[in-house]
Write a protein that binds this ligand. Sequence first.
Ligand SMILES: Cc1cc2nc3c(=O)[nH]c(=O)nc-3n(C[C@H](O)[C@H](O)[C@H](O)COP(=O)(O)O)c2cc1C
Length: 209
Amino acid sequence: MEFLESLQWRYATKRFDTDRQVSDEDVRKLQEAVNLAATSFGLQPFRVMVVQDPELKEQLRTASYNQPQLTESSHVFVFCAMKEMPPEHIDAYMDRTAEVHDVPREQLNDYASYMKGSVAGKSVESIEAWNKRQVYIALGTLLAAAAEMRIDTCPMEGFDAGEYDRILGLTERGLTATVIAPVGYRSQEDATQHKAKVRVPLEEMFLEQ
Ligand SMILES: Cc1cc2nc3c(=O)[nH]c(=O)nc-3n(C[C@H](O)[C@H](O)[C@H](O)COP(=O)(O)O)c2cc1C
């Protein structure tokens, strides 16, 4: 029940309290939550940049239709999808699995080949789209974890991804900005916090068979 209360408490925060910063310890916990998100095969085909620098946030605000959350929030989580799925990424994952599970690496060769084969049959566009879908699971995990910690967030797609990729040097890293989440603490002035949630009834969301 407490979890549902947290989900009721959260809302897409429009105005953050510029006097309040999220502590390093809590940012770390949010990072842990994002890193624990489920992904297809466990491949984690994305990386996240946490932006705190005021000048950089200013540049990102310009590339985000001047939305105030960019500069008023404490930190901005920028979720960046991998544009491809190189075999080296799969091998690195298998190496890590062998180490964590304490099994010989050769034992995972068949699984690695299976994953590589599944990726080889897909177009570059569909791999990027697949990677981006994984990003959204991590975004959802962040929103829920932050709400549990009574930290505010605003999921946002309203930005120019090409500009983000340029400003943050993502292209060179084979990444593209997919979705962002400014985090911080709501401003008492933000009227949105008082609005009731607009959702379809459960009977409409959940289908009869
Ligand atoms: C993928 C995604 C993109 C969004 N983009 C923006 C955005 O650019 N700016 C904004 O203010 N809100 C944005 N929102 C917030 C939604 O409008 C909000 O989540 C929705 O109206 C439901 O309200 P609630 O989250 O407050 O319950 C986005 C939400 C999601 C999930």
